[in-house]
Write a protein that binds this ligand. Structure first.
Ligand code: CA
Length: 496
């Protein structure tokens, strides 16, 4: 076990006060609780040095954070889309429990969740100062007048600045997708301003209570803009492209084509035809490196504040991103490229330099942070504390990671396997040891029937229908037919 000098000193001081007949202002546990620096990243897949998804990724700051603590190499989101993923992490409940699957509604617009005590609120109710900068809750999911109910300080959350005209002429329904060298100065980036605000708050945090400061970075979410120096890290001629297999999707259920195909992000066919695939890959890497530099600024400020040794730092991304794998770019799939996220913890009570390959879920953050900060336990959370793995990364974990994409579609990721079942009952199974790209669907092979059943046993029992107010990309069943994005799913070849 790690020693906890701050905890011991606080306990000693409180014991001294008690012996002297002085009633301390705060209870022992509260006085000794560590701070939390909660770093969210938008649409960051595993193309991060420490997480090994791309051999050229340059992310020295996230890497040094991971080296300071424990990196979870097999961590997965609960939903491959911003709003449902963040709603799940913040409430501690699965999408299949809440019915939040789309870009709306926000949690407070759902009757059952109106008064749900979220992760930051649980800290606030236990005498923490709480503050948020950038994208932590999904943009627009909380009305401005209600934001200080969620965090004591709800700071700036500027959007990614965009040029007057697009760099890349993507089709009109991909309006948000663009990439290129912009703006000229890093100081004009949203993530620079978000880091600045978090740094100012670290300096100004109240001294009489622990803090929970959240910083939510926007890149590498599209549009992927960064200044020239970040592109220069990845000379175009040297950029390695992700592995793809021709006809990769020929062995996946037809149902998945609809769920993942009718997307606004560019398809691989469009990128190839327009000679834009490498440009997007390069821009994504450049933006990730720039965002990483802002993580570094915040980590440096934490250390400069003198609170580094008494602060739990956790970094996570809301879901992954395809860059051509399985024929698409973007998220919204139940495959590894969409579900796999970087997750790292560092700070008091966490083993240093450890790497854990056991499955972990973003849902686990809530109970893990409760344990690390010795807050009152909650019996209403669907995740499981990662404390055993933070103590010893080789500790086996009973639970797989489950990702849900619209009602009734789930992926179950164990240490070595991925099982997917779609709402129409069709299935996929991959052995990630021999097939890390998920190219060979084993679901129909009789020799894997037991493995398939073993994973299917973990499928969520609840299947909450989409709640009222659910936005686009929602799957519903009407009169025995499946309707995806307002159109019936029919057994016909989709154009690629
Ligand atoms: Ca996102």
């Amino acid at each position: 076990m790690n020693s906890r000098p701050a905890y011991r000193i606080a306990a000693f001081l409180i014991a001294s006060f008690w012996l002297a007949g002085v009633v301390p202002h705060v209870a022992a546990a509260e006085a000794s609780r560590p701070n939390v620096l909660f770093i969210a990243v938008d649409d960051l897949n595993d193309w991060v040095g420490a997480f090994g998804g791309h051999s050229q990724a340059k992310t020295p700051n996230i890497d040094r954070l991971a080296a300071r603590g424990t990196a979870f190499l097999n961590a997965h989101c609960q939903a491959p889309l911003c709003n449902p993923s963040r709603a799940s992490l913040l409430t501690g409940l699965r999408p299949s429990t809440t019915g939040i699957y789309g870009l709306a509604p926000g949690i407070r617009s759902v009757a059952e969740l109106k008064d749900r005590v979220t992760l930051p609120q649980h800290f606030r109710h236990n005498a923490y100062f709480t503050a948020s900068f950038g994208k932590v809750y999904h943009d627009g999911s909380i009305a401005p007048k209600d934001r200080t109910n969620e965090f004591e300080v709800w700071g700036i959350a500027p959007p990614i600045p965009t040029p007057k005209t697009k760099f890349v002429n993507t089709p009109s329904k991909m309006a948000a997708v663009d990439w290129g060298v912009f703006p000229e100065r890093d100081e004009d980036q949203a993530d620079w301003k978000i880091a600045d605000a978090a740094i100012a708050q670290l300096k100004a945090a109240p001294k009489d209570k622990p803090f929970f400061i959240a910083a939510g970075f926007r890149l590498p979410h599209v549009p992927c803009f960064a200044s020239q120096k970040w592109f220069d890290l990845y000379p175009e001629a040297t950029v390695k492209m992700p592995p793809v297999l021709e006809n990769d999707r020929s062995d996946v259920p037809f149902f998945s084509w609809y769920l993942h195909w009718q997307l606004p992000e560019p398809r691989l066919s469009w990128l190839k035809k327009n000679d834009q695939w490498k440009g997007l890959v390069r821009a994504y890497l450049a933006c990730t490196s720039f965002m990483d530099s802002q993580v570094g600024r915040v980590l440096d400020a934490l250390d400069a504040s003198g609170q580094g040794s008494n602060t739990v730092v956790v970094l996570w991304s809301d879901h992954g991103w395809h860059l051509g794998e399985k024929g698409i770019t973007g998220k919204n799939s139940l495959w590894e490229r969409s579900t796999h996220v970087p997750l790292a913890f560092a700070g008091p009570g966490i083993t240093k330099g450890a790497r854990c390959s056991q499955p972990a879920e973003l849902l686990d953050l809530f109970p893990t942070l409760i344990d690390l900060c010795r807050l009152p336990a909650r019996s209403d959370l669907e995740g499981h504390s990662l404390m055993p793995q933070l103590d010893d990364a080789s500790t086996a974990r009973k639970w797989p990671a489950i990702t849900t994409h619209n009602a009734g579609n789930h992926s179950v990721r164990s240490e070595h396997w991925r099982f997917i079942r779609y709402a129409d009952g069709t299935e996929e199974l991959y052995d990630l040891r021999s097939d890390p790209n998920e190219w060979i669907n084993l679901a129909k092979l009789p020799q894997h029937a037991a493995k398939l059943r073993e994973h299917a046993a973990w499928l969520p029992k609840a299947s909450h229908p989409p709640v009222p107010g659910s936005a686009q990309r929602i799957l519903v069943q009407e009169g025995g037919k499946w309707i995806w994005e307002g159109k019936p799913i029919v057994d016909a070849e989709l154009e690629d």
